[in-house]
Design a protein around this ligand. Structure first.
Ligand code: HEC
Length: 174
């Protein structure tokens, strides 16, 4: 009984402490402030687990993702959708503002090597909450466009700066 009362009292004290910490403004929402190492670790684990659990939701790609015309269309969509502003692209530097994002946008070359095409499709379609990564499904891109983008991201490690320049030269907004 005494133990239960102590646990209950502790829970109430913790709840009050958390309420004051978060609702009275002590928690700092500034993007300029980095997360403590354990929080960062937990966020990365949460993101990886979430993507792994959801990545099959998009089904199969409607066309082969290693097809050159698909990859080139993806390059144009990548330029037009504004991905380059945050992530940069082959031979294209990201916009300065993206250095102020927290968490910072990853190098998509690394993502291409680590993440499946289905996982990349899911991320582009749904975005990542509480980060700068938007949901491009919500922003109106079709599944076909999203698969083009996933094909291009998967191909990025093999795309030369010159290829990217040529493929996107005709884009309205490179
Ligand atoms: C406004 C900035 C911004 C734009 C625009 C943006 N991203 Fe991102 N993206 C991010 C950030 C920030 C992350 C990292 C999120 C995290 O660490 O959880 C991210 C993560 C990703 C990831 C990796 C997720 C993972 O861990 O596997 C992929 C793939 C990606 N973006 C693709 C794209 C594509 C393709 C576009 C354009 C259609 C795009 N992004 C546009 C900011 C952006």
């Amino acid at each position: 009984m005494r133990l239960l009362a102590a646990v209950g009292a502790l829970a109430i004290i913790l709840a009050v402490f958390a309420g004051v910490y978060f609702f009275a403004g002590f928690y700092d929402v500034a993007a300029a402030v980095g997360d403590p190492v354990p929080v960062k670790w937990a966020l990365i684990r949460t993101r990886n687990a979430s993507i792994a659990r959801h990545e099959d939701e998009g089904g199969n790609a409607p066309f082969p993702l290693d097809d050159q015309t698909v990859i080139q269309q993806g390059a144009r969509d990548f330029a037009n959708a504004g991905c380059v502003h945050c992530h940069g692209g082959p031979g294209v530097k990201w916009s300065k503002f993206s250095e102020g994002l927290n968490p910072d946008p990853p190098d998509l070359k690394d993502v291409a090597n680590e993440r499946s095409a289905a996982g990349i499709f899911w991320v582009i379609k749904n975005g990542i909450r509480m980060t700068g990564m938007p949901s491009f499904g919500k922003a109106g891109l079709t599944d076909d466009q999203l698969w083009h983008l996933a094909a291009f991201v998967k191909a990025i490690p093999k795309v030369s700066d010159a290829d990217y320049r040529t493929w996107t030269a005709a884009s309205a907004n490179p």
